[in-house]
Each structure stands twice: as C-alpha cells, then as structure tokens.
Design a protein around this ligand. Structure first.
Ligand code: C5P
Length: 224
C-alpha cells in the first residue's frame, strides 16, 4: 500500500515542523521542513550576495542559483538539507536569516528553483511536508492537508523558547515583530502566498499542547 502524502501549512511558529516530525515517526514516513530550504537559500545569499547597505543583492542571488547544489540526507525520518555539501541546520536558525527569509522566499526565481525538488521528494509517497504553500501549490493532490494557526502571543512565546533552547538570545518584542512581518509578506506575496487550501482542515492550536495537536491530526488521518 502506498504510504500517505501529508501537507501541513500555516503561520510562523504554529509548531508545524516539530509536530510533523513526530507524525513522521509515528507513521514511519519521512519529514521535510520546506522552510529550511528557503532559509538555506537566504543563508547562501547572506554569505555571497550582500549589498553594501546590508540588503541582499537579489539579482546576484538569481544569477548564483545555479551554483547551489541541494542534497537531502535521511536522518531518522528527517530529511536534512545539505547545501553545497554543508549541513546548515544550525546556521539557518539565526535571526539574521529569519529577518531576510521572507524577502528571498517571495522571489519567483527562488520559488521556481526549489519547486521541483520538493515535488520529486513526494513522488513515491510516504512523506509529510510542512511550509506555506504545500497544500496549495507544491502538492495540491496531497492525501491529507492541514492548516495550523494560533494567536500571535502564543506563537511569540513558542519561538522565543525555541531560540532559547538553541542557545540564541533574542528580544521578545523583536521575535513578535519578526513573526508579524513574515506572516504579512508571506500572505501578501503574488506567488504561492500563505493561505489555506480549500480542502485543508484548519486547526487553531492556541490552547492545545503539541501532543494534543498531534493526536488531533492523527485522528483525522485515521478517519478520512
Ligand atoms: O517554516 P519557517 O518559519 O522556517 O519558514 C521560513 C520562511 O520561509 C517563511 O516565513 C516563508 O517566507 C518561507 N517559506 C515559504 N514557503 C514554504 C516554507 C517557507 O515561503 N513552503
């Protein structure tokens, strides 16, 4: 039997990735955090394509995309991105990357560059992918689609403690502002904006624990 393809979209810091990882383990399928791809390209841009004023030189980034080699290694059901043979899992979580990623992610050149690899990874089934446009654009025929949302204060807390857990010191107000800014850019962009697919199940997990959200999603997967 073909294993399911599951799309999880939603706002920043609704727990999409950590929830998806647990579901992948429970269903014995693989997990891809697509936000890591956009963060990876942003990290590359920060290293190689900066203007003197500290903004990203997008034209230079576009012409450098063919120098980027993406590779995915399966580590315990989790697909880890290697960019030009480097594991950049830690580097992509910095606030510098978070502050620039939505500008990079709204560019057509960047989205086109990443689209096919995401689709190829899902061809054989048995994958849960989380992001912003998975149910709408990347995998419109996914077997299950979920859209996560939560209040801005709850999401701020979650991101703040996630960063603290990674040893990254952050200012709570700045964390909140970054979430607000990214959600706005992500929702308002022309290409593949953040929005719920018409056939997605919406879950507001403001007052749910991570475990409760996981159980709820699994209950739908069993029911459908
Ligand atoms: O999921 P995460 O918060 O790490 O994503 C970082 C950013 O990557 C998002 O704010 C968004 O700009 C971009 N992204 C996207 N499409 C996806 C996943 C992430 O545009 N499928």
């Amino acid at each position: 039997m073909k294993k399911p393809v599951i799309a999880i979209d939603g706002y920043s810091s609704t727990g999409k990735s950590s929830i998806s990882k647990v579901i992948a383990d429970k269903l014995d399928i693989i997990h891809l955090d697509t936000g890591a791809l956009y963060r990876g390209i942003t990290w590359f841009a920060i290293q190689n394509c900066m203007n003197e004023d500290g903004s990203i030189d997008l034209q230079k980034l576009f012409s450098s995309l063919d120098q980027i080699e993406l590779e995915f290694r399966n580590n315990d059901n989790e697909l880890i991105l290697y960019l030009n043979h480097i594991d950049i899992s830690k580097q992509i979580r910095t606030t510098e990357v978070s502050d620039n990623v939505s500008i990079v992610a709204k560019q057509k050149e960047v989205r086109d560059f990443l689209l096919q690899s995401q689709r190829t990874l899902a061809e054989k089934g048995g994958i849960i992918m989380d992001g912003r446009d998975i149910g709408t654009v990347v995998l419109p025929n996914a077997d299950y689609k979920f859209f996560l949302t939560a209040s801005i204060d709850e999401r701020t807390n979650r991101r703040y403690f996630e960063l603290a857990g990674l040893g990254i010191e952050a200012d709570r107000e700045q964390v909140k502002q970054n979430l607000i800014d990214r959600d706005k850019i992500d929702s308002e962009r022309e290409i593949a904006p953040l929005k719920q697919a018409e056939d997605a199940i919406v879950i507001d997990n403001t007052s749910l624990t991570k475990e409760e959200t996981i159980d709820l999603i699994l209950s739908y997967i069993k029911k459908i």
